[in-house]
Design a protein around this ligand. Structure first.
Ligand code: KIV
Ligand code: NA
Length: 266
């Protein structure tokens, strides 16, 4: 299959074709998502909650992002692999952002990076894009700033906040971002931003008018024990996995497993 590249995403927007994106944190799931035709795989810092069991993304390190990104890039043939820059690894300066992004590309094979913020990080986006590193923006509810935003709350409600978010989106596009994630943004505002931008918007809790959608994969597959209201479970992996392990435990205890066909002769 032909690799998805950043220009394909913009062309998809021009043709009115919706983009699909999912998080991925390991090789086997990345392979399944890639084979199913998912356009973009995001090695999100949401692996903090969804892989390591932390309560936020704040503790996630660059080394963790490198390990997981390498696992995903090694398993993928078609999808564009985007790696998040974790909290504390880019905010203070464009040069810091560049150094972190270079590690994710050189050591882990990331095709692009994503980081949170609007006008404040536009200089970072400009330096990276100019240095050959494609950047995806992330606006609205930005989990790394949860402590400043006052919890997981919808962002961009009200005229002033909506104007700020639109200005942020335009600044990211102007700085060279190839796409912008909109998280927990009112659907009408997300539709307006999608209309104004020439680069694609990827929504999560941002309504149906974005150019694409992203979900955290355990939410998408019904593996999470809790998911936000904006997520939809398209499967029941938690139920399926629970049933498999219950059957395994029962057969080991009864002696039904292993059978002859799982055993070796002399
Ligand atoms: O880390 C992540 O999973 C994300 C998506 C929710 C966009 O940033
Ligand atoms: Na993230």
């Amino acid at each position: 299959p032909r690799r998805v590249r950043v220009h394909h995403l913009r062309e998809a927007k021009e043709r009115g074709e919706r983009l699909t994106m999912l998080t991925a944190y390991d090789a086997p799931t990345a392979q399944v998502f890639d084979e199913a035709g998912t356009d973009v795989l995001l090695v999100g810092d949401s692996l903090g909650d969804n892989f390591y069991g932390y309560s936020t993304t704040v503790p996630v390190t660059v080394d963790q992002m490198i390990h997981h990104t390498r696992a995903v890039t090694g398993a993928v043939r078609r999808a564009l692999v985007v790696a998040d820059l974790p909290f504390g690894s880019y905010e203070a300066s464009p040069v810091h952002a560049h150094a972190t992004a270079v590690r994710l590309m050189k050591e882990a094979g990331a095709h692009a990076v994503k980081f949170e913020g609007g006008r404040r990080v536009a200089p970072h986006v400009e330096l990276l894009t100019g240095s050959g590193i494609p950047v995806m923006g992330h606006l609205g509810f930005t989990p790394q700033s949860e402590n400043v935003l006052g919890g997981k709350r919808v962002q961009g409600r009200g005229q002033e906040a909506a104007e700020h978010l639109t200005e942020d989106a335009l600044a990211l596009q102007e700085a060279g971002a190839f796409a912008v994630v909109l998280e927990m943004v009112p659907a009408p505002l997300a539709a307006q931003v999608t209309e104004v931008l020439t680069v694609p918007t990827i929504g999560i809790g941002a309504g149906a008018q974005c150019d694409g959608q992203v979900l955290v994969w355990p939410d998408m597959a019904g593996l999470s024990d809790w998911s936000p209201r904006f997520a939809k479970a398209f499967g029941d992996l938690r139920g399926a996995l629970g049933a498999a392990v219950t059957a395994y435990n029962a057969e080991v205890r009864s002696g039904a497993f292993p059978a002859d066909e799982h055993s070796f002769d002399n």
